[in-house]
Design a binder for this molecule. Structure first.
Ligand SMILES: NC(=O)C1=CN([C@@H]2O[C@H](COP(=O)(O)OP(=O)(O)OC[C@H]3O[C@@H](n4cnc5c(N)ncnc54)[C@H](OP(=O)(O)O)[C@@H]3O)[C@@H](O)[C@H]2O)C=CC1
Ligand SMILES: Cc1cn([C@H]2C[C@H](O)[C@@H](COP(=O)(O)OP(=O)(O)O[C@H]3O[C@@H](C)C(=O)[C@@H](O)[C@H]3O)O2)c(=O)[nH]c1=O
Length: 261
């Protein structure tokens, strides 16, 4: 039987990647992609009506507040989307027997562990974005049984959205020097690999619901990632990359957020 899949937050980098790769597929999967204007997950009435009028087997929630710096200044907005909005979706998924596939983050950890983080490690977010995402996870776990929460890290698309990868490529073409931090280590993850992991769960009818970690395999610092981005785009001669261990930000970030897959 064909499966019907709702993708929320479809105009973000992950949503757009899923749309590009899978909207026309040879699998038995039918997708509906909705951005914030079509379905604002924080608007409970709209969410109620939408799920009343449309039937789905899966909901992939790509909607989120992802501005880590801004979340420190306007945490309420981050919680509204990353916690309350997610709770709205979880209730609708329960009522309509829909499997919720939700994306969470490495920033639920404090970064003090020296080894990769497993799903059994204790969470202790050190910034508002991470705290709001953790609250979203908890709502799902309290409300639903049929869910996949997939924590990923340092997500980037070479094509879509605002992310570190595109920032480095753009800057390399416009500035002579770029200072990039060596203070954090994590696993950059391409939206293409995460998309295929998610679609595979659905296609294989995986019923091992629960919490997962998924990231691309190579751990590195932001500086090393920037270096790799310049190299793979033949831009290393264009800008001088400078290591820093003192890049000032509003939000604290985990020193180590490597996830054990
Ligand atoms: N980016 C990263 O490095 C990482 C992301 N993640 C998680 O992965 C998921 C996908 O992230 P990513 O694609 O990078 O994020 P993006 O910021 O690219 O996309 C998120 C999308 O959600 C939309 N959105 C915001 N508020 C609402 C709302 N109330 N209702 C519906 N849609 C809304 C945004 O719209 P608009 O822009 O108009 O506000 C945007 O289109 C998120 O859950 C994120 O937390 C996890 C680890 C790393
Ligand atoms: C812009 C810039 C940032 N930095 C530093 C700041 C920070 O420590 C690090 C990364 O900065 P960014 O702001 O791009 O990344 P950040 O927003 O912290 O990325 C995070 O986004 C959320 C959504 C997640 O879930 C995380 O997994 C992670 O990907 O690089 C520099 O060193 N030099 C620079 O020029």
């Amino acid at each position: 039987m064909r499966k019907k899949i709702l993708v929320t937050g479809a105009d973000g980098q992950l949503g757009k990647t899923i749309k590009e790769l899978y909207s026309n597929n040879n699998l038995e999967l039918d997708f509906i992609f909705v951005g914030k204007t079509e379905l604002d997950i924080t608007n409970q009435n709209k969410v109620d009506t939408y799920f009343h009028n449309n039937k789905f087997d899966y909901c992939i929630n790509c909607a989120a507040y992802t501005n880590v710096e801004q979340a420190e200044k306007t945490p309420k907005v981050a919680y509204k989307i990353n916690a309350e909005g997610v709770m709205n979706l979880a209730h609708k998924c329960l009522e309509n027997d829909i499997v919720l596939i939700h994306i969470s983050t490495d920033y639920v950890f404090d970064g003090e562990k020296e080894e990769p983080y497993t799903i059994n490690d204790i969470t202790n977010p050190i910034n508002e974005y991470g705290k709001s995402k953790l609250e979203g996870e908890k709502h799902i776990q309290q409300i639903l049984a049929k869910y996949f929460i997939i924590r990923t890290s340092w997500l980037y698309s070479k094509k879509y959205g605002n992310n570190f990868y595109k920032f480095i490529v753009n800057k390399a073409n416009t500035v002579k020097e770029l200072s990039i931090t060596t203070e954090q280590t994590g696993c950059p993850t391409d939206t293409v690999s995460l998309s295929s992991y998610i679609i595979n769960l659905i296609d294989k009818n995986d019923k091992s619901f629960g919490l997962y970690h998924f990231c691309d395999k190579k751990a590195m610092t932001w500086y090393a990632f920037a270096k790799q981005i310049l190299l793979e785009n033949n831009l290393n001669h264009k800008t001088n990359l400078i290591k820093t261990d003192n890049y000032r930000t509003f939000a604290r970030r985990p020193k180590n957020s490597v996830l054990a897959n």
